[in-house]
Write a protein that binds this ligand. Structure first.
Ligand code: SAM
Length: 403
């Protein structure tokens, strides 16, 4: 552990730039104070990028609607037109994130080597924390937003940080080199497209494959930067279910295996009403483990009683259904008037178990699997007919499913 506690390192950095959590009203007042009448226009433009009170789903819809929804560089360049503006937006949007993330980095400092790469460093406040936490280390910090890096250079100068180099570049254009530690904080989701797609009614292995395809390019770019025996430390927006497995399997292909259980870091990003639960990952570069090991690592803490479908989380429902089912016997899928699938009910025969069948019931919130003796098939079929009628009456389009 370092000699100083986290607050003693972070406190002076926050004080130097006046970073303290502020709300919308204070952001507007701060912008007006710094930029006069121009301040309100800047605030309104920011609100267009990132409206207050927006939920994650709404944000995603907005991002999807843009031409290149996953390149948010425009927003980061906008927030960092000057040191003052950058620090105000940081105080507004990231004060809580900075506090939680720096605590996690502090707790995991034993994984920080002498030669560190930070990917997507933004305007460098967390990088400054790292630089002071590890004065003996050298940090290369990159970001593809040129304005963020221009502000980070000023942060470096003001704090007289001698052990950091900030570079304006996309990590995919960074020259090949091996670092003891690679750090990625909130950057993965900006390099995977799309952010979320309704994969949930697809079979387990198809969902996994689709998520792996989304992560492949970025993760296979990151892994070679980690030196043999080195570590990747990441706090990312990754859903703990199948997307996390896909992410870990892509990392496994790049030689990285989790050094400890996947954790959660909670932080309130101001524009979102609820605190976001980020996945925290510590991975070690070692001889490649098998995808099967990764599967066990992921499913161990997640999966419920293997014998009892009542305790299965939905990832396990998908997994067991794919493993157990022989044939789809009957079923239907419901679609919203916009054409999005919103439910499925189906019955399936079971491999090597001719006396029983499985009933899958899934909608956008839940997914359950029932195990029934064949004597109950007609009862379950009439339940399906009843549900189908109810879904149709509520305005859904119905499609029968066939094997
Ligand atoms: C949400 S911000 C996070 C900033 C900082 N890491 C933090 O957690 O406070 C994501 C940052 O990553 C940068 N970024 C995303 N993808 C990148 C890439 N492929 N190469 C370089 N920078 C990237 C963005 O420009 C942005 O500044």
């Amino acid at each position: 552990m370092g000699k100083k506690n986290k607050g003693a390192i972070m406190g002076p950095i926050l004080a130097e730039f006046g970073i303290k959590k502020i709300d919308d009203r204070q952001l507007l007042a701060g912008l007006e104070k710094k930029f006069g009448s121009e301040g309100r226009r800047i605030y309104q433009q920011f609100d267009e990028f990132s409206p207050a009170g927006i939920t994650e789903e709404e944000l995603e819809q907005r991002l999807k609607a843009k031409d290149d929804p996953f390149n948010q560089t425009e927003l980061y360049d906008f927030e960092n037109t000057s040191l003052e503006a950058g620090m105000l937006f940081t105080a507004y949007a990231d004060a809580d994130v900075i506090s939680s993330f720096s605590q996690w980095l502090y707790n995991n400092q034993s994984f920080l080597g002498k030669n560190i790469l930070e990917v997507g460093c933004g305007n460098g406040i967390l990088t400054a924390f790292l630089a002071r936490l590890c004065p003996q280390a050298h940090i290369t910090a990159v970001d593809r937003s040129a304005n963020s890096i221009a502000v980070a250079q000023q942060v470096k100068a003001r704090l007289k940080l001698e052990n950091v180099d900030f570079l304006a570049c996309d990590v995919k254009d960074l020259p090949a080199a091996a670092y003891d530690t690679v750090i990625s904080l909130r950057t993965l989701h900006e390099n995977t497209r799309p952010l979320w797609t309704p994969f949930r009614f697809l079979p387990f292995s198809q969902q996994l494959e689709l998520f792996r395809t989304l992560y492949h390019a970025h993760i296979s770019c990151l892994c070679p930067f980690v030196a043999e025996g080195g570590h990747l430390l990441a706090i990312e927006r990754v859903t703990p279910g199948i997307p996390l497995l896909a992410c870990l399997q892509e990392m496994n292909d790049g030689g990285l295996f989790p050094a400890s259980p996947v954790g959660e870091v909670h932080a309130r990003e101001t524009n979102l009403m609820e605190p976001t639960a980020f996945a925290s990952l510590v991975l070690t570069k070692s001889e490649t483990r098998s995808a099967e090991n990764v599967f066990c690592f992921w499913s161990g803490p997640l999966f419920g009683d293997p014998e009892d479908p009542r305790f299965w989380p939905e990832e396990q429902v998908d997994y067991e259904l794919e493993k157990m089912q022989e044939t789809l016997l009957a079923g239907y899928a419901s679609y919203t008037p916009e054409g999005m699938q919103c439910a499925q009910s189906s019955i399936h025969s079971i491999k090597n178990d001719p006396g029983h069948f499985l009933l899958l019931q899934a909608n956008l919130e839940t997914k359950r699997l029932g195990y029934f003796s064949n004597s109950r098939q007609s009862e379950v079929l009439s339940l399906l007919e009843h549900q189908k009628l109810r879904d149709r009456q509520s305005g859904c389009q119905i499609r029968d499913l066939h094997s």
